[in-house]
Ligand binder design. Structure first.
Ligand code: FNR
Length: 383
């Protein structure tokens, strides 16, 4: 495992560092859920309720954590999930996420709500995926998909669990708006976080200004810091399976539907020609009382496993969570907040540290279970 230089020995340590560094509005955007915010605890308690049944004397001196996802090798059985507005947590933060992922040999997913254009990832190397929210003008959405293909993205993830904007009431309470309006109400808090102010906002000011929602069509671009009108970032309440079929037809790479929790939707995904699904409740940021993704996983696996790739996210904070998802039949996992905590704490070294910690935990958990390779992880590991 990489050396610790941050004094952080698990994801919770990175989270605490991130929390102290960020102004309230940015921190709450990273961390919080929706409405009564029951979802994050549910995601955690679902993982915590699963236990392992280790086997002994299985010679675990050579643990191999590599696996293949969409035909590409990944050094570890997880990828970085798409997270919009990472550029407000760290100066050009998406670059740090992408670079750390490439260095660790795991896939990185560019968010269509990123503050950076897809073209800015072209030279970073590594295995890249692209996530899409659809805008009202579907032609413009299809354009960005073509651009993602041109810069070498190997998979397209279409996020389906936000047919309408989520109810983030904390945005109204914390005075930051959606999500980063600078105003008299939040100015004292922003001034109380000088490292963020100089390290993020200061550097943008010196290099051409505050970031925009980069992948947005030109006519819709606007400053993230000034805030977006609700619904400006996407419009997909009129999307149905026919719309998904059209996207499938224009994308040559792996086609993945993100935010699936029902086995019948997974079967439909298979029918429209998807190569994979992400079992996800969006990290409890969409519908508060959604079933925990890890609880919904077994039925989805039963419906489509072997016929398509099944990934899982929502609530992963330890390598052991990833091993649990694999034990229940997932082909891999994705992490959202875990790597963002690393990013907000320390930029690229922080992301590298988060990946290292999770990878080391995966490897140690496998050894404890008597399992030497990813394909040996199955239900027998749980008990
Ligand atoms: C997200 N997520 C997300 N998903 C997506 O498809 N497009 C996006 O732009 C974003 N943006 C985003 C921002 C932030 C700050 C977070 C925390 C999450 C959801 C993300 O891809 C993933 O599903 C969850 O983060 C997984 O849950 P954990 O790992 O955060 O618990």
């Amino acid at each position: 495992m990489g050396m610790d230089t941050l004094g952080c020995f698990n994801i919770a340590d990175l989270r605490e560092k991130a929390r102290r560094r960020l102004p309230l509005g940015v921190w709450e955007y990273l961390e919080r859920g929706v409405e009564d915010e029951t979802g994050m605890d549910r995601n955690r308690s679902a993982f915590d309720g699963l236990t392992f049944r280790p086997r002994v004397l299985r010679k675990v001196d050579a643990i191999d954590t590599r696996t293949t996802i969409f035909g590409q090798e990944s050094a570890l059985p997880f990828a970085i999930a798409p997270t919009g507005a990472a550029g407000i947590m760290w100066y050009r933060g998406d670059h740090d996420l992408a670079r750390a992922a490439a260095a660790a040999g795991i896939p990185f997913t560019i968010s269509s709500a990123s503050t950076m254009d897809v073209e800015e990832f072209a030279d970073l190397g590594g295995n890249r995926w692209f996530q899409l929210y659809l805008w009202e003008n579907r032609e413009l959405s299809h354009d960005v998909v073509r651009r993602a293909h041109e810069v070498g993205c190997e998979a397209l993830f279409v996020t389906l669990d936000l047919p309408v904007p989520p109810n983030r009431e904390y945005l109204a309470h914390n005075g930051f708006g959606m999500p980063f309006a600078l105003n008299r109400r939040n100015l004292p808090d922003i001034l109380a976080h000088p490292r963020w102010l100089t390290g993020v906002i200061g550097r943008y000011m010196l290099s051409g200004g505050i970031p925009k929602q980069a992948n947005l069509p030109k006519a819709m671009k606007h400053s993230v810091i000034r805030g977006a009108k609700p619904g400006a970032l996407f419009k997909q309440d009129d999307l149905d399976w026919d719309g998904i079929k059209r996207l499938r037809d224009i994308w040559q790479g792996a086609f993945v539907l993100k935010g699936i929790l029902h086995p019948d939707d997974a079967r439909m995904a298979l029918e429209v020609g998807a190569d994979g699904v992400v079992v996800s409740n969006h990290g409890a940021r969409a519908l508060d009382h959604s079933v925990a993704a890890i609880d919904a996983l077994p039925e989805v696996v039963e419906a489509v496993s072997g016929k398509m790739t099944v990934l899982l996210d929502s609530g992963i904070r330890r390598g052991s969570d990833i091993v649990k998802a694999l034990a229940l039949g997932a082909d891999g996992a994705m992490v959202g907040r875990a790597t963002l905590y690393g990013l907000a704490a320390a930029g690229e070294p922080g992301v590298a540290r988060a990946i290292d910690l999770l990878g080391d935990e995966v490897s140690r958990t496998m050894a404890m279970l008597g399992l030497s390779s990813i394909d040996q992880i199955d239900r027998a590991a749980l008990g």
